[in-house]
Design a protein around this ligand. Sequence first.
Ligand code: SF4
Length: 327
Amino acid sequence: MECDKCGSDAVMHAAYSGLHMCEEHFRRSVDSRVRRRIREDALLPESATPDDPETWLVGLSGGKDSVVLTKLLHDTFDADPRVELVAVTIHEGIDGYRDASLEACLELTDDLDIEHEVVSYADEYDLEMDDVAADDPLDMAPCAYCGVFRRDALSRYAEEYGADKLLTGHNLDDEAQTAMMNLLSGDVRQIAKHFDASLGSFEDREVDDDPFVPRAKPLRDIPEKEVALYAHLAELPTHMAECPHASEAYRGEIQQHLHDLEEDHPGTRHSIMSGYEELARLAAEAYRDDADAPQGRCERCGAPTNNATCRKCELVEELGGELPGDD
Ligand code: SF4
């Protein structure tokens, strides 16, 4: 196979576009799609200046997605004094898994000279995911606990750090799966929340009244396989092992369906996301006036919530953990 751009040996074929690309044109294509997404989502406001830069916190797990995101953001903004990048890794307390991926995070941030912080469930909640998964007192899947703790840890750290945005490495496959799960649930409010939480342009999203640091996903146009290929070609340090507690069975089913559809009808993921994003924007506008965004604060930890205590504090109590400041 030859590259359709220059005739060199191709390293990939994108069935959805019909293009064959060599390494150089493939990497350029990923770079330009991510930079276009950053522009179209208006991630960098005109108010950002060298004297008053934006601080972007990047969730860095050591997996291919967050590693590629960190590298691309570094390459794009390293010489731009309007953006300061800080990477943060959440350590869940999973033996033999997170320590290995943490090594990849340390190698990358050292190579790129990016500030890197680690936030652990042990320090934040006096809990480790290995113990939570073994006890499972509420008979939930481990990921159901872990997702609540990770969202809280990232959001609280971003708020404490004074970050302007929290960026995560969700790719096109991740987002198409979430879109399908939300559509199949029939929960239109959840679709509206998805838009305001992390989709669309910052010019269209309702982030001013949001008590959480706004999130963005600059890789959301890039298929998972292309992220993996980029990481491989760029020789980035990544940790590919799967978490031993991975348990999102429903997402796995949706993933398989989408994979089969994409094989038979290339471009399915892109078309799902373009239609879904428009639908989600309309849903967000429709619900904006009676938004059920958190109006209060958790009386225990201060996190945004509509209840007396937030879900994370309920889980910490149920699991026998402690929050910083508890006696
Ligand atoms: Fe946590 Fe589940 Fe991810 Fe493992 S797979 S780190 S338990 S969310």
